[in-house]
Design a protein around this ligand. Structure first.
Ligand code: G1P
Length: 295
């Protein structure tokens, strides 16, 4: 019987060095876009796609993530006493009922492959998602992960989210080699390479931070040699998996922001600010004023 997709892994142990000094004492996943931290956008995308078990792979200095998804008795008592019911609702409803969170420590920074392997005891031989919160993908017009789940229900094999990236940026991504039909939104891949040089990249389709994986990936994660950057790479385990099972790639259906980089983060702030129901009118005015100021 095909097992359902219920578990989503959020590797959040990374140090966020691209965003120093902001990330010296604050997890990069807690950086806000307008009024919500990146990790909350990622969790909301997963919940909307039908996932119910959130598994965070954390490390020291990542405690604020646990606190964010827990209740805060002192704050809630204060808001209730002040009759600030709207704010109370916001802090109490970060997670809807029926959603569970588990936290696993990754004791050493040994790479994304190692982080995913840390979740194995909680996965129970089911297919699962991996979500990288610093790749922020708008859920409109379509929720990327939800579209991947729908595709998974037809094929029951692993699926990676991909996007055409500038040829000179292939070294930032896992890059896939399509088997055929690379023009279509969904296709099977022949190979995947972690962070290839532009001249060695098998295509310009880079993996962005959404994966649906079959539990067979753990077999390869356990036997993996160190790869790019001396780390255990999820990409290398996928390259081994696809020799045994089909692995598909799906082009993302909505805009992505690389919020691990300062410029991507700024762009996301503008996009989400302009879409924010309470702020957008004033924000447009501010941006227009800036534009005229600079001309
Ligand atoms: C990781 C993966 C890479 C993927 C990228 C997406 O790299 O190793 O294959 O393309 O995420 O954001 P990182 O950004 O952690 O260096």
């Amino acid at each position: 019987m095909n097992k359902p997709l219920r578990k989503a892994i959020f590797p959040v142990a990374g140090m966020g060095t691209r965003f120093l000094p902001a990330t010296k004492a604050t997890p990069k996943e807690m950086l806000p876009i307008v009024d919500k931290p990146l990790i909350q956008y990622a969790v909301e995308e997963a919940i909307e796609a039908g996932f119910t078990e959130m598994i965070f792979i954390t490390s020291t200095t990542k405690r604020p993530i646990e606190d964010h998804f827990d209740s805060n008795f002192e704050l809630e008592t204060k808001l209730a006493a002040q009759k600030k019911s709207e704010l109370l609702d916001i802090v109490q409803n970060i997670l809807p009922k029926g959603i569970s969170c588990a936290y696993v420590r990754q004791h050493e920074a040994l790479g994304l492959g190692h982080a995913v392997l840390c979740a194995e005891p909680l996965i129970n031989d089911e297919p699962f998602a991996v979500i990288l919160a610093d790749d922020l993908i708008k859920t409109k017009p379509r929720n990327c992960l939800k579209k991947m789940v729908e595709t998974f229900q037809d094929f029951h094999h692993s699926i990676l989210a991909v996007e055409a990236v500038p040829q000179d940026q292939t070294q930032r991504y896992g890059v896939v080699k399509p088997k055929e039909n690379a023009q279509q939104d969904f296709f099977v891949i022949d190979d995947i390479v972690e962070k290839p040089k532009p001249q060695e990249a098998p295509s310009n389709l880079g993996v962005v931070g959404r994966y649906l994986l079959t539990p067979r990936i753990f077999h390869y994660l356990k036997t993996l040699p160190r790869g790019a950057g001396g780390e255990y790479q999820l990409t290398d385990a996928i390259a081994a998996l696809l020799k045994e099972e089909p692995v598909g790639a799906m082009k993302i259906p909505s805009k992505r922001f690389d919020c691990g980089s300062k410029i991507g983060y700024l762009e996301a702030t503008i996009a989400y600010g302009l879409a924010h129901p309470q702020l957008k009118d004033e924000f447009v005015e501010i941006l227009n004023n800036w534009q005229s100021y600079h001309h």
